[in-house]
Design a protein around this ligand. Structure first.
Ligand code: E4P
Length: 217
């Protein structure tokens, strides 16, 4: 399973990238706003830092504007995936951009039928939002499972990029049901290494080691 980092914060991306934890990056208008950076500058910087796909989202809501913005974003670097919302105009944009050889990430997916039409429109990635479904008492992980089944039934090549991930449990469940990619905030990715018994065990080892009076170096 690939790990994408869901942020536009360069330092956080660089730290995880140095550890081999970054197969790609996703951004969205809210994350750009939080970073306080110019979208063009920060997207170029991220794309130069990581080898994998970097999703940059269009903000126009009609086909002509989305297409023009998508082409501009795609031209920033070879590893840009243009992110378009799952609307009819977004799907039209997806179809044209993927026909031109660009990677397209279709975002804001909340149903299996939406994932089905995105695959038919040639999406490279489909981004189902787990956390936002859980927020309204629906089952985000069931959506990932349903899309996995549908894509496998028909051999769709669109990758399932599980998004809106809020916890380590989300990551583990995505791995178990076969999501191709997860995108998660840096804190969630770093949290995957945590376990209370690891901390407790390490404390006990250090206490016993101190009693030996030995040194390794
Ligand atoms: C996905 O690409 C989105 O950027 C993101 O995962 C949304 O997460 P949120 O629902 O926590 O804002």
């Amino acid at each position: 399973m690939k790990f994408f980092v869901d942020t536009a914060e360069i330092d956080a991306i660089a730290e995880l990238n140095d550890l081999g934890m970054v197969d790609g990056v996703t951004t969205n208008p809210s994350l750009i706003m939080k970073s306080g950076r110019d979208i063009i500058e920060v997207t170029k910087e991220i794309a130069a830092l990581v080898d994998g796909p970097v999703s940059a989202e269009v903000v126009a809501t009609e086909f002509d504007g989305m297409l023009a913005e998508g082409r501009k974003l795609a031209a920033l670097a070879d590893n840009i995936a243009v992110k378009v919302p799952l609307t009819w105009d977004g799907l039209k944009t997806c179809r044209v951009l993927s026909g031109e050889g660009f990677m397209v990430n279709v975002t804001l997916c909340f149903s299996a039928n939406q994932a089905l039409v995105a695959a038919k429109a040639g999406a490279t990635f489909i981004s189902p939002f787990i956390g936002r479904l859980d927020d309204i008492s629906l089952d985000g992980m069931q959506l990932i499972e349903d899309i996995r089944t549908i894509y496998d039934n028909y051999d769709f090549g669109t990758e399932i990029l599980a998004a809106s991930i809020r916890s380590a449990n989300h990551v583990q469940d995505c791995a178990l049901v076969g999501a191709d990619v997860i995108t998660a905030p840096p804190a969630v990715i770093k949290g995957l290494a945590k376990h209370p018994l690891t901390d407790k065990g390490l404390d006990a080892f250090m206490a016993d080691w101190a009693k030996t009076g030995q040194k390794i170096l």
